[in-house]
Ligand binder design. Structure first.
Ligand code: FAD
Length: 451
């Protein structure tokens, strides 16, 4: 038996962020992962530069673009309303994955955190804590006998278990409430016969679709280009579907990307890396009464309308760690400790916003390509702090509502019609926002007073 105050399962961004934060509180934290936690992460993490600056982590960016634009015109060569870029006036960055990972691992190690190697396989709870049964990374029981490196004993025990095993978590439960939409993207890092975007630029969303036929634009799912100039003649270009259930297949995204590039007279000369991106955008909240606490993809922390996660992890880990630490010092154990942790992670205001964004995404998924372009053109005409706050989930509910009322006022009629009325499961998704309960109402009152 190995004892710790908190056991964090996983070695992705979520696990490293929360493990470091908890260990820095002085708690005895063990982290469990099937492989060496220094194994490089595969995903590429982009982020608005203001988010990283607010966290004091700008040195962890590998790239930073000042020239950031989107295209919401139809394309077709007419600059006015067709090909004109919309400047965002905000810098965007790309994390240096190795630096971010190294920074978090170092914080964890410096604070006395320990690593164990193995896969969490089963869990049992009692009044004081939980016992995890561990398998070797190869799937064999009794990890101690089979794994190399720093094998975990066959059982690990902790007062609190945090599941950070990603979007398909090993222990955290969520009650499904309908199909979950996936954000899908196919991208390549490579060299091209001509710059696929303007040199030195970051393109957040290029929704121009003049490379598609009228029928495709009408009947097939809308997709956009997300692209960055990585310097020295290398670009990252990615065809992306904001969200759809079921998700847009990679084959279609690849074909769309190739056609988009060909239409602009750009040939791919060299592929250095292919990215296949697929993650759930709008899973329901986990059951906040369960003993195992989640963090990251496991706890539905992906922003349901933008897909961002990493900024949210970094901003919200201190709240969860503070809640765990306070409850721990108060002597809470078992169910009471888990409840305090879940409350720290998902306070009423964040739960309301999660419901709001899920509802918003449901609406957007019904929009055809032209309506989506009109919607985003209006959205990005909002004051910068409002669209930025929406995308990064940093607006309090009252300001979020005010921003959406403003958006409705500015939007053309086709977008307004799309936002009105309730179809499919929209009424069910709206319900948690309209019945906020006493706790939500109090949060709202506090916010209004603060403003
Ligand atoms: C290609 C791609 C690009 C993305 N780009 C962005 C982006 O630009 N910005 C952004 O914010 N988000 C992005 N995302 C979405 C999201 O940020 C990622 O999915 C993110 O990696 C989720 O983090 P996580 O730590 O919760 O889970 P993961 O990164 O999936 O980590 C899960 C960890 O748990 C471990 N694990 C799993 N099962 C067990 C077990 N039984 N026992 C022990 N350990 C276990 C795994 O080995 C892994 O270490 C992207 C996703 C993809 C796929």
């Amino acid at each position: 038996m190995s004892d710790s105050d908190v056991l964090v399962i996983g070695a992705g961004p979520a696990a490293l962020v929360i493990a470091a934060e908890l260990a820095e509180k002085g708690l005895a934290v063990t982290a469990l992962a099937p492989a060496d936690p220094r194994t490089p992460w595969v995903n590429t993490y982009g982020i608005w530069a203001d988010e990283v600056e607010a966290l004091g982590l700008s040195p962890l960016l590998s790239h930073r673009w000042l020239d950031t634009v989107s295209y919401f015109g139809a394309g077709g060569g007419q600059v006015d309303g067709g090909d004109a870029p919309l400047p965002h006036g905000r810098a965007y960055g790309l994390f240096d994955k190795a630096l971010l990972q190294g920074h978090l691992l170092e914080r964890f190690a410096r604070a006395g955190g320990r690593w164990q190697k193995g896969l969490a396989a089963a869990i049992e709870h009692d009044a004081d804590g939980s016992s995890i049964r561990v398998r070797s990374a190869e799937g064999v029981l009794d990890a101690a006998a089979t794994s190399s490196g720093e094998p975990a004993p066959a059982h690990l025990r902790a007062a609190l278990v945090i599941d950070a095993t990603g979007h398909d978590p090993v222990f955290v439960r969520r009650d499904p409430d309908g199909p979950v939409a996936g954000q899908a993207a196919y991208g390549i890092v490579g060299r091209f016969s001509a710059p696929p975007i303007a040199p030195g630029q970051f393109v957040f969303m290029d929704y121009r679709a003049d490379h598609l036929s009228e029928a495709e634009r009408r009947e097939e799912p809308p997709t956009f280009l997300y692209a960055m100039d990585l310097g020295e003649g290398v670009f990252f270009v990615e065809e992306t579907s904001l969200a759809l259930a079921p998700a847009v297949p990679f084959a279609l995204l690849r074909e769309r990307l190739n056609r988009r590039l060909a239409h602009r007279g750009v040939k791919v000369l060299e592929i250095r890396h292919e990215e296949f991106c697929l993650f759930p955008m709008n899973p329901p909240l986990p059951d906040l009464q369960q003993r195992v606490v989640g963090f990251g993809g496991a706890a539905s922390m992906v922003h349901p309308a933008s897909g961002y996660l990493v900024g949210g992890l970094l901003r919200r880990a201190p709240g969860l760690a503070a809640a765990v630490d306070a409850a721990w010092r108060e002597g809470l154990r078992g169910e009471a400790l888990s409840r305090a942790a879940w409350q720290g992670l998902w306070p009423a205001s964040l739960r309301w916003r999660h419901a709001f964004y899920r509802f918003g995404l449901e609406k957007l998924m019904r929009f055809d390509e032209a309506r989506l372009r009109n919607h985003f053109a209006t959205f990005f005409s909002l004051p910068s702090e409002l669209w930025y706050g929406f995308l990064t989930n940093t607006l309090e509910p009252s300001r979020l509502l005010a921003a959406m009322v403003r958006l409705f006022g500015l939007a053309p009629w086709d977008v307004r019609w799309g936002l009105m009325g309730l179809q499919g499961r929209e009424a069910a998704l709206l319900a948690p926002m309209l019945r906020p309960g006493r706790q939500h109402a109090a949060t709202f009152r506090q916010e209004w007073r603060r403003e």
